[in-house]
Design a protein. Structure first.
Lengths: 363, 314
């Protein structure tokens, strides 16, 4: 018997929705098997990573706070990926967003109020977009590969952060620890539910997917992005400017990552230290793919990935596995979703084996 | 500057250079075949833990290095199957491999934390290896000489062998290579496996040479520097060697600017924040890539099929 792939006349909507769900379930199943094989209670580990954060209500706030940056960054990245622009430097744009917000906050001094806070958030968007403008400029001016430049700039951003929090912006009362001074109460995002950590950024992350959905499905811009990505020749005939698309894709991706960084800083962490870049920018790439580059998909996928982050911490204490084990599950989900991509455009057929002298045996 | 200081500095720079040189040579071959594997960091960590575990179990560092190469190559096969068999997106798959390797190596490493493995003995007699001056040439780990030997071998393979020519043909024009009967997929499997094996050995340099102990994420982002190195070198073997030492020198400047114990031996370096030196390899790579992309005449260019899936029309 051999397997044959047949091209579908149109992409399968069923597979588009079924494969992300199957990917998550398969990841859990393989997780149990592999963990059992290496002598860790697999069932317990997988339950703690995928279900405990959902079943235990006291974990919900952690999930929501972790999901917010993932969703916001993934929304921006989805636009780029749809147009086949590969911005993988969201982590750096996220860092620059937080740094720009911090810069405005420091310049305004401790007396700033809501107006300063809004300026900080806007500065975050500008900072992220500015960092993404470098690959956009290089790509449109000299056709420099944006995958490599955006990635390299991420590692530059870590050093910019290290320099600022260890030097000019170091908290004078911080026992020489490289971190900025904690934000005054007046410059932190309001908490939505008293007694929790759920800040205004979570609400923004819940609203933005619907804004993006309208933008992508109802506007000329959304149409342009989709056409440029799926049919570049048609796009050129239709008069869509490729350079403009590159700029828009990268600026939106960077701006959203910068927004996420500013919200994480003002809403959750309140100070920037060397641990600020925690990988959200990279994990958001998984969110974008698992969400099938669809804004509502990103919303759901953002929560799934946030669950694994929180669950990873749970499993760390219950079955004594390192925190980074959650990364194994996150990567497996992405592996499965990428592997299943082919099912959307192709149909798998099992065909009885032909005689050995068939000419097709070579292909 | 005393001679001891110069010798100690050179020894440090060579230690910093070796892992990125190993991983860079592997990634060079992978990219020459037209495949962009961003999983170097993950493969290095898989190599680091595999080498460590095998050495801990067999007490033989030579077997450990073989284990490291196997660990790196095996993890790269995960990437290869997805990218070559299922035409998945190379960028996303490579990133997934980096995340996966980081997580899996941490998990495997838990039960080996705190253990110390036997290290390589010197391959030269002590009269040479321990001599205060001659150790500059004879005092290194066997992996250092292996890395250096692999440079001319890789250059020779790419330039003068039939297999190297086929590899480059597959990377420059996969459809032509396919139409004259070469297996694009087969060549790319081999190139990815080689990249994984070399990254694995580069990772083992951390867990078996720099310290004989295991620590989570011990390659500390060097996989990304190795990726930068291949681009910085413009996909040329000779420039990769020069670039590796240049990056090694920059990393040494970073360490130097960070530490205060050196007095004022290089005031210029210490006046500049260490982060500046740490960022330099990445900044220089962006500049180099821009030069390569903007003019065709710098004697270097990316393989034409880099990062693109191969979809035969038959």
């Amino acid at each position: 018997m051999r397997i044959k792939l047949e091209k579908r006349p149109a992409p399968s909507t069923f597979m588009l929705i079924a494969t992300p769900i199957a990917s998550v379930l398969l990841t859990m199943l393989i997780g149990v098997i592999v963990f059992d094989a290496i002598g860790i209670e697999g069932e317990r580990a997988v339950i703690d990573i995928f279900l405990t954060p959902i079943l235990a209500s006291y974990k919900w706030q952690d999930v929501a706070v972790k999901a917010a940056p993932l969703i916001i960054i993934a929304l921006g990245l989805s636009i780029g990926n749809r147009a086949q622009i590969w911005n993988i430097g969201a982590e750096g744009q996220y860092v620059l967003g937080a740094l720009f917000a911090a810069g405005v906050g420091i310049a305004a001094g401790p007396t700033g109020g809501p107006f300063t806070l809004i300026l900080m958030i806007l500065a975050g968007i500008v900072g992220g977009a500015a960092w993404a403008a470098i690959p956009a400029f290089l790509k449109t001016r000299w056709d420099v590969n944006e995958i490599l430049t955006s990635l390299m700039l991420t590692y530059v951003s870590f050093q910019v952060l290290g320099y600022l929090v260890g030097g000019p912006w170091k908290d004078p009362n911080g026992r020489n620890f490289p971190a900025t001074a904690p934000l005054p109460e007046s410059l932190t995002l309001p908490i939505l539910f008293p007694g929790t950590t759920v800040h205004l950024g979570v609400a923004i992350a819940l609203i933005l997917p619907f804004v993006f959905w309208v933008l992508m499905s109802k506007s000329v811009f959304g149409f342009q992005i989709r056409v440029v990505g799926s049919a570049p020749h048609a796009a050129r005939h239709g008069g869509f400017d490729a350079k403009q698309t590159i700029w828009m894709a990268l600026l939106i991706g960077g701006g959203m990552a910068g927004l996420a960084g500013a919200l994480e800083f003002t809403g959750s962490l309140k100070a920037i230290n060397l641990g600020f870049p925690s990988g959200y920018g990279f994990t958001a790439i998984i969110v974008a793919f698992l969400g099938r580059l669809n804004p509502i998909g990103c919303l759901i996928a953002g929560f799934v990935l946030a669950v694994t982050y929180v669950g990873g911490q749970v499993a760390q204490t219950t079955v004594h596995i390192p925190n980074s084990t959650a990364g194994i599950f996150q990567a497996m989900m992405l592996f499965f979703i990428l592997a299943s991509d082919i099912l959307i455009r192709y149909r798998v057929r099992f065909i009885a084996k032909k005689p050995a002298n068939s000419t097709e045996a070579h292909t | 500057m005393s001679p001891e200081f110069v010798i100690a500095s050179i020894v440090t720079i060579i230690g910093l250079t070796t892992p990125i040189l190993l991983a860079g040579l592997g990634e060079l071959i992978t990219e020459k075949s037209g495949v962009l594997n961003l999983g170097v960091e993950g493969m290095m960590l898989m190599g680091a833990i595999s080498g460590f575990v095998i050495t801990a179990l067999t007490f033989n560092p030579w077997l450990g290095v073989i284990g490291a190469a196997a660990g790196g190559a095996l993890s790269s096969m995960l990437f290869a199957v997805l990218v070559l068999q299922l035409n998945s997106n190379q960028v996303a798959t490579g990133l997934a491999l980096s995340i996966f390797g980081t997580g899996l190596s941490s998990l495997i490493g838990v039960s080996f934390t705190g253990r110390i493995v036997p290290q390589f003995g010197s391959i030269f007699p002590d009269a040479l290896a321990k001599d205060p001056i001659l150790k500059l040439f004879f005092g290194y780990s066997p992996l250092v000489y292996f890395a250096l030997a692999m440079v001319p071998l890789t250059a020779w393979f790419l330039k003068s062998t039939r297999a190297g020519l086929i590899l480059r043909a597959v990377g420059e024009n996969d459809h032509s290579a396919h139409s004259i009967g070469y297996s694009v997929t087969g060549v790319r499997y081999a190139a990815i496996a080689f990249g994984g094996a070399m990254a694995g050995i580069g990772g083992a340099y951390f867990s078996m040479v720099i310290t004989p102990m295991w620590a989570e994420k011990m390659t500390a982002g060097r996989g990304w520097i190795a990726l930068a190195l291949v681009v910085f070198a413009g996909w040329r073997t000779g420039r990769l060697l020069a670039g590796a030492y240049f990056f090694g020198f920059l990393m040494w400047l970073e360490l130097f600017a960070k530490a205060n114990g050196f007095g004022n031996s290089l005031p210029f370096v210490q006046a500049i924040p260490s982060q500046f030196w740490a960022a330099m390899p990445y900044v220089m790579t962006v500049v180099a890539l821009t030069l390569i992309s903007s003019r065709g005449n710098v004697g270097a260019s990316a393989p034409a099929c880099l990062g693109k899936p191969f979809l035969p029309s038959t």
